[in-house]
Design a protein around this ligand. Structure first.
Ligand code: MN
Length: 499
């Protein structure tokens, strides 16, 4: 993944000329200090760049336009140290295309009880200056995040960092290219969607490529590259005996390595950030890509099975948002249930393609029959995922808008070993409980495919949805079906009128 420190968020302080040079000098000094402090905070994933204090409609317009055209700038933090009459902001905010965070802070943490005078009052006005700004952003119906608190408060920095990570994911989607090998699994509904609307709304393009074009690149892979890849498998993973050199299935491991290298070459040459494939369209390929998809995902590529481009793009964005955090993000599918009344669980997995970034133990490289697709047995990585808080996220196309659904879950260790299960797996309990969580997901139209995250929170996903301007439905600890049904009804009405 790319280093997030190459990206910038601009710290923009609003004021006006009314206060005179001396006060404006202090505004600039204080703002510089705050911007530097945020920049240096270890929780902050990107660079924070101080911008000269804006005092007029022209300066505001200019900084917003510059933010739009500066490719490294992924968003703006706005703060009104003094009062900044908000009609001055209309022109700039109207053109601003980058995510906006309104940091409702003030320079001093405490009221200086013994020394507070009118000079102090003239300088430290964010309690009301930020309200004037807030009115305008609301009046213009603009999505933004509002973070409240002193800038040296670690909770405040945590919330700002979450927004920055969401902005990095959003930035990554702009002009991103996603590749579909073949089309969709036939007749499947939820993986379909409006790719034109997705490009308009999300900024990424999705285009199809014939399997023959990929097969050609796979066939060009050299024997020495395959040997090197196989050696890497043996070094990193526990390779099953029959797949090892001299083993009776070793040629299948070489076939898998060849597919992986070919796919990587194809994706690199096309500058793609993610891909889909489908077992119904593999003409000329020896196996369905198993270990290939798993390892490409671990490198940062988005992936969706059976042509699921929305989930592929979502997995990619989640990986970018989580850059540098402990834990992983994977393509996932709710596979089967454990309905023991005392311990209800979901077993999440897929035919093959679970990302080893979520593995809790050293993956084993195994070969087993697939049962569908009519191809040779595919090689795959098998492992258990770690336990702990996690979430599942799904984007569906509701016809007149996209909807992002997020379910908070808690992953648990397997209660028994699963010696015959030939795929990577994770067990989790959905919040608020199994019955409510699953019913809510189904009522919301959530897909059977998701992006599964061990290190993102619902706050990341909510911030991301706000940037994308899409409907966001949270199924979490406090959810109940009565409220959720009402949200679905009301949202339906809202989106009929607002688009
Ligand atoms: Mn699937």
């Amino acid at each position: 993944m790319e280093d997030l420190k190459k990206l910038e968020v601009w710290f923009v302080t609003g004021s006006q000329h009314l206060y005179g040079e001396e006060t404006l000098k202090q505004v600039a000094e204080h703002s510089t200090q705050i911007a530097r402090s945020i920049d240096k905070d270890p929780a902050i994933p990107v660079r924070v760049v101080f911008k000269p204090v804006v005092k007029s409609p022209e300066e505001i317009y200019q900084v917003c336009q510059e933010a739009n055209t500066t490719s490294t700038c992924i968003g703006i933090i706005a703060w009104m140290h003094t009062f900044s009459p908000a009609k001055m902001w209309i022109g700039g905010l109207k053109v601003l295309q980058k995510p906006l965070l309104h940091l409702h802070t003030q320079f001093n943490r405490d009221i200086p009880w013994s020394s507070i005078d009118m000079d102090f009052m003239n300088l430290n006005q964010s309690a009301h200056g930020d309200r004037e700004f807030g009115f305008m952003v609301s009046r213009m119906r603009m999505n933004r995040k509002v973070v409240v608190g002193h800038w040296q408060d670690s909770e405040v920095m945590k919330s700002v960092a979450v927004w920055m990570r969401a902005a990095a994911g959003w930035n990554d989607w702009q002009n991103a290219r996603f590749c579909r090998f073949g089309d969709n699994m036939r007749q499947v509904a939820v993986t379909e969607g409006d790719k034109v609307e997705a490009e308009l709304k999300f900024g990424y393009s999705v285009n199809g490529y014939g399997i023959g074009d990929l097969v050609k690149v796979i066939n060009d892979v050299s024997d020495s590259a395959i040997a090197q890849q196989v050696a890497e498998y043996e070094e990193i993973y526990t390779v099953q005996a029959p797949l090892r050199k001299g083993g009776e299935r070793h040629s299948a491991l070489k076939d898998a390595a060849k597919i992986e290298i070919g796919m990587r070459n194809f994706l690199k040459a096309g500058n793609f950030k993610g891909f889909t494939d489908t077992f119904e369209d593999l003409h000329g390929m020896v196996q369905l890509p198993g270990i290939a998809s798993q390892r490409l995902m671990a490198e940062g590529y988005g992936f969706g099975g059976e042509g699921d481009w929305k989930t592929s793009a979502l997995v990619r964005a989640m990986k970018v948002m989580a850059t540098g955090l402990k834990g992983g993000n994977s393509f996932m599918e709710d596979y089967t249930y454990h309905f023991d009344p005392n311990n209800q669980l979901v077993l999440g997995s897929h035919m093959l393609e679970i990302c080893p970034s979520i593995a809790n133990d050293k993956p084993t490289v195994e070969i087993h029959p697939l049962g569908i697709g009519g191809k040779a047995d595919p090689v795959r990585l098998v492992f258990n995922a770690g336990s702990g808080p996690a979430l599942n996220a799904s984007i569906v196309d509701m016809g007149n808008r996209f909807r992002l659904i997020v379910n908070e879950v808690v992953a648990v260790d397997p209660i028994q070993s699963l010696p015959k299960l030939p795929v990577a797996r994770v067990l989790w309990k959905p919040y608020p409980d199994m019955k409510t969580g699953c019913a809510a997901w189904i009522l919301a139209g959530g897909a059977h495919h998701t992006g599964y995250s061990q290190n993102l929170t619902t706050e990341h996903m909510e911030d991301f949805a706000e940037m994308a301007g899409v409907e966001y439905l949270l199924i979490g600890k406090n959810s109940n079906l009565y409220d959720l049904k009402n949200q679905l009804r009301w949202n339906d009405l809202y989106y009929r009128h607002s688009i």
